[in-house]
Design a protein around this ligand. Sequence first.
Ligand SMILES: NC(=O)c1ccc[n+]([C@@H]2O[C@H](COP(=O)([O-])OP(=O)(O)OC[C@H]3O[C@@H](n4cnc5c(N)ncnc54)[C@H](O)[C@@H]3O)[C@@H](O)[C@H]2O)c1
Ligand SMILES: [Fe+2]
Length: 414
Amino acid sequence: MFGALRSPRNIVFGSGQRASLPGYAAALGHKVLLVTDQRMAGEETFRILESGLREAGLSVSTFAGVEAELPAECLVAGVAAASDFGAEVIVGIGGGSCIDAAKVIALIAAHGGAISDYYGEFKVPGPVLPLVALPTTAGTGSEVTPVAVVADPHRAVKVGIASPHLIPVTAICDPDLTLTCPPVLTAMSGADALVHAIEAFTTAPRSALTNITLEHVFVGKNAMTDSFAMAAIGNIGRSLAAAVKNGGDVRARADVMLGAMQAGLAFGTAGTSVCHAVQYPVGALTHTAHGLGVALMLPYALAFNREHALADIATIGRILEFATKDDDDAAAADRCIVGIADLLNTIAVPRTLAEIGVKSDDLPWIADQALAANRLIKNNPRPVDRAGMDLLIAAAFAGDLAMLTTNTKHAKAI
Ligand SMILES: NC(=O)c1ccc[n+]([C@@H]2O[C@H](COP(=O)([O-])OP(=O)(O)OC[C@H]3O[C@@H](n4cnc5c(N)ncnc54)[C@H](O)[C@@H]3O)[C@@H](O)[C@H]2O)c1
Ligand SMILES: [Fe+2]
């Protein structure tokens, strides 16, 4: 058995826990830079958090210039804000974009250089400024993960910086902060979290080579990430549709936020795979949300991987209660794929790449770019060659799950 987990020093979860921010920030330094976007900066909740920090005797400055997709200019402005202020602690408040921005600002403020110097795995040379993260979406899990995803003006597709040094010291997950998320945001960010949990649970296990955790940020499915992935799948599956339907359902909001954080713990060590590899070029082409793109791909990825991760997909089907313990693995896996496709349909995730504006001429470029994301591709339980990637993308383009099945009986079943 092999297990590994990368995680924050502190994770607090629950309604009202945002009030613990001053205590956690004060433990890390005196000058606190809040990193957020215009929307959040205009909220009463934000003003209360800001004044709470001041009342605790801390010196506070706010950078509210985070923009969707994290263009380099907004990050450069954030770094300047941190250095002008002499920030000692960086607090990211907002969706995944704001938390990822906080990570990059904490990195460049500590080590200098260009953002592109740190693309890839293990390029960050040492600790960054201490980070506290307060997510306001239940989705990316960025509050607990070692990754920041940024846009590069010289590249068509978004790129990742992955280093354990980017993990926030403290994650404060207060589901009350997600109550203002509109249904589409709730659906797409929650679906991102479900994909994180499922991809982490189905990544190819690696042989537990000594030093694997020192040489790779993402080390594949293992005993510790599995327990968080399973908990996440249960929490998100139970309540995502309810949170989308009724945004004021505090119980559902809490389940989805807890699940999103647990999914972050799972994929932050295990990694993600083909859904994420395909979303990066699809998102670049269609300007659709990250969560929408990964969720659209999920049923196709599961069908593609069915023979190589049968027991795991069957387990997911049972956790989600699409299958029972009386179903054998083959039946449970098929019910899982159909059940997930239905769940995603209920929360209005588009079913095909064609529906979101991809053209058939785009498919070879999408396949090239997806295959180039080697850190994600190598995690997939079924080895992915060019022909396999073409098939997966063609099926998702056409909305034809049966294209991915290997025998007639199974094709009929799903
Ligand atoms: N670092 C990671 O581990 C990781 C993992 C997955 C995705 N990502 C990245 O995270 C980003 C997506 O993050 P996201 O899905 O959280 O969305 P987001 O941060 O891009 O926010 C989307 C929009 O929702 C608004 N918003 C956020 N919280 C809200 C609330 N409570 N009420 C109303 N509106 C709110 C924002 O202001 C913004 O306009 C992408 O850039 C993606 O690449 C990062
Ligand atoms: Fe994601």
